[in-house]
Design a protein around this ligand. Structure first.
Ligand code: NOJ
Length: 744
């Protein structure tokens, strides 16, 4: 009997390992994968199957409420097939060893982590990165992050976050790519390609997770986790494209969101997780919940208890329960009672095992646990260089009167503000394994660049609170300088998850200090660190130059310094609109015209505020350079666009300033009459070009009918014939304009 058991177990292992020898199957539809998955599935007990549907956090990092499970024991018993918040090659090896040597079936673990903008080498926050509009640089950032994560034992990142948002009160805008579906979709695809590479089995690739499905970026009043309520048309046209792009790019996992959608929490929504995700988008990977979002359906009020919430989730299409322990606790019993079928459970387990095969984990469960590689890869010179490159490209110059910037080297500078001397804040939220002790602050870098004796520093005030006792010293320091650089903004923890604000002005008494500094009549440069668009109306009045630095990452201080001194000419453009005040929110460039647009002659009865202009302080797509660019009128290859055809719109862009620079040329369209109302502008193309002083380049955009498609009155997706406007310019406001007709 004992002999028989040993033989069985040997066979078990062989059955799993055998197929893995050919683990580099790239295509999720490859039939051979199914055969391998089935060969494992048929050996599994129901407990082991449910174990694969369980994801627990280690005690290494906290990214939500703790459930205090003994995850090591659960791995050993085969009750937990996936771990998150555990990293380093050594620690993941220890856990993997328990899974593949001590659990009965020896199925390797997935190790997930929030590698959002870097593992140890931290890149700018995702919103900052998006302002580069540089898809190659963004992909590279994800690739480097994957390489460092993979070297640190991780094989799964909970990224990219692709939620569109038009509400800067919501702290999580820092994790996304801004307000625009077209740009957001391109960036989503670039990030998935970066994380997953060409082949998931490549040891430098990790599994991507498109999140948070869906519409998590539209909580009412910008309050995190709050209700989402929007029309399906708005959802499909404006919110879905980045999720779709991430899935089309091959992402093999998707995270269900915390929010409700049309009255149903996303984690229990068959519409979202089955109809849209699987049937419409053809998603082939597995769905993981967000942190305890099954359990939270009880609070939402769609399930009386956690067991019922679990039923809603599995029926909707959730394969894996993150941290909630609901599947672990109730699923077996529900199967026995006939409330769920084994087929449903098998389906989920199949999807999860398939990804484990695709990652090559059955082939070599320790492929991510190589300490020598970890030492070599993490913080390598090449990675730091990539972080510097992206950081420079992410910075957005918002104002530069009288050529206050760039600074001249050797001038006496007064650097003011707590954030100037902060290392922690440079990394932003979701800093993964990033360590601030290793990096330089903006003050450090300015001193290195300009010479310590030429840089005076005073904190002046903290980023929060109302202590003004440092004002006099800051003023006396500033008096001695030629120019003042005030670094101001938010604490890194003020954006990201659970960090919504009702007041999006610069916190504390920082702006009050700026007002005092203004009385000295010296040129003032404001460098901003923040994770969301802020109301900068006051700062815009006071400062001569404003550089938006976001939270720029490990190499961010150097990037800021290089831009301040003109070593790099800024080229970033905003991917979210900056309002004049919080009352304008939600604010975004693709608004509808309304029946009473503001340009009507009537002085009163139109869509406007009586106490503030309608337009934003800084529009979508906006950003200055140290040089200037002139745009010619637009030339169209044809003013008629036929189905199955295309037209080309070209514009000649010239560098008319005094230094070389880069410009992000943007193309927008407007569909003038539709069966449903259409936005006043929609981005349909962009290109970043480099121009030497005096140089001109022709930039061309190809317009095809599919770019003009939308959900029509009857909810079918397609185009409608008629007149369109076409705009090209350096931001969404300042554009050249022409028109064309789409015919049927
Ligand atoms: C909750 C967050 O919403 C999600 O983005 C993150 O991936 C998980 N916690 C895991 O940390």
């Amino acid at each position: 009997m004992i002999m028989k058991k040993i033989m069985l177990l040997t066979l078990t292992v062989a059955a799993i390992l055998l197929p893995a020898c050919q683990s580099s199957i790239k295509n999720a539809n490859d039939r051979r994968l199914d055969a391998r998955v089935d060969s494992v599935l048929k050996l599994m007990t129901i407990d082991e199957k449910i174990g694969q549907m369980v994801l627990y956090s280690s005690d290494w990092d906290v990214t939500g409420p703790s459930l205090n499970k003994n995850y090591i024991d659960e791995i050993r018993k085969g009750n937990c097939g996936n771990i998150f918040n555990a990293y380093t090659a050594a620690y993941t090896r220890k856990l993997q060893k328990i899974a593949v040597e001590e659990s009965r079936l020896k199925i390797p673990l997935l190790f997930g982590y929030d590698v959002i903008h870097g593992q140890k080498t931290i890149f700018p926050i995702s919103l900052g990165e998006s302002c580069s509009w540089d898809l190659a640089a963004i992909e590279k950032s994800a690739r480097v992050s994957a390489a460092e994560a993979a070297a640190s034992g991780i094989n799964w990142t909970f990224a990219p976050m692709v939620d569109i948002s038009v509400d800067p009160r919501w702290g999580r805008v820092s994790e996304g790519a801004g307000e625009d579906p077209f740009l957001g979709a391109k960036i989503a695809a670039a990030r998935v390609h970066g994380f997953q590479g060409n082949n998931l089995a490549d040891s430098l690739s990790i599994l991507a997770c498109v999140k948070h499905f869906a519409a998590y970026g539209a909580p009412l009043a910008g309050r995190d986790y709050n209700t989402v309520d929007m029309s399906k048309r708005q959802f499909l046209d404006m919110y879905l494209p980045p999720y779709k792009a991430g899935i089309d790019a091959g992402a093999m996992s998707v995270m269900s969101a915390f929010n409700e959608f049309d009255g149903v929490p996303a984690t229990g929504s068959q519409y979202l997780l089955t109809d849209v995700l699987r049937k419409q988008l053809g998603f082939k990977g597995f769905v993981v919940t967000d942190y305890t979002s099954i359990n939270e359906m009880v609070n939402h009020g769609v399930a009386a208890n956690e067991a019922d919430a679990g039923l809603l989730a599995i029926k909707a299409g959730v394969d894996m329960d993150m941290q909630g322990g609901v599947y672990a606790k109730y699923l077996k019993n529900q199967l026995e009672k006939g409330l769920v079928s084994e087929k449903m459970i098998d389906e989920s387990v199949r999807r999860i095992l398939k990804v484990k095969f695709m990652l090559g984990l059955f082939d070599d469960p320790y492929k991510y646990c190589n300490e020598a590689r970890e030492k070599r890869e993490v913080y390598s010179a090449a990675h730091l260089q990539a972080a510097l490159d992206v950081a420079k490209k992410s910075l957005v110059l918002l104002k530069n009167n009288d050529q206050t910037l760039p600074l001249n080297k050797g001038q006496k500078l007064a650097v003011i503000g707590e954030l100037a001397n902060s290392k922690r804040d440079l990394l932003g939220s979701w800093k993964a394994a990033g360590e601030w002790n290793d990096i330089n602050s903006i003050l450090d870098e300015i001193k290195i660049y300009n010479g310590t004796t030429k840089v005076l520093y005073a904190e002046g005030c903290k980023k929060m609170g109302n202590d003004r006792s440092g004002f006099p010293l800051a003023l006396s320091v500033a008096k001695q300088a030629d120019k003042i650089i005030m670094v101001m903004g938010e604490d890194a923890g003020w954006s990201g998850e659970a960090a919504s604000r009702t007041d999006i002005r610069v916190p504390g008494v920082q702006t009050e200090l700026l007002e005092k500094l203004k009385t000295l009549h010296k040129p003032i440069v404001v460098v901003l660190m923040n994770g969301r668009p802020l109301d900068l109306s006051r700062e815009n009045d006071l400062a001569d130059a404003i550089l938006e630095a976001w939270f720029p990452g490990s190499m961010g201080a150097k990037a800021v310094t290089q831009v301040l001194f003109g070593n790099y000419n800024p080229s970033g453009k905003l991917t979210m609109t900056f309002p004049r005040n919080v009352g304008q929110i939600p604010i975004f460039y693709y608004e509808k015209n309304t029946g009473r647009p503001i340009y009507l002659p009537d002085p009163k009865y139109k869509s406007r505020y009586i106490d503030c202009p309608n337009d934003p302080l800084f529009p979508f797509g906006y950003g200055l350079s140290y040089t200037t660019f002139a745009y010619s009128e637009i030339k169209l290859s044809n003013h008629i666009l036929s189905p199955d055809d295309s037209i080309t719109a070209s514009v000649n862009v010239t560098n008319t300033g005094t230094c070389d620079g880069e410009e992000i040329v943007q193309c927008y369209v407007r569909d003038l009459v539709g069966s449903v109302t259409r936005p006043v502008k929609e981005l349909k193309g962009f290109e970043k070009i480099a121009l030497k002083v005096g140089e001109s380049k022709v930039v061309k955009f190809t317009i095809t009918p599919d770019l003009l498609a939308f959900h029509r009155l009857d909810m079918t997706y397609g185009t409608e014939p008629g007149d369109f406007k076409l705009f090209i310019g350096g931001n969404s406001r300042d554009v050249k304009e022409t028109g064309f007709k789409l015919v049927q």
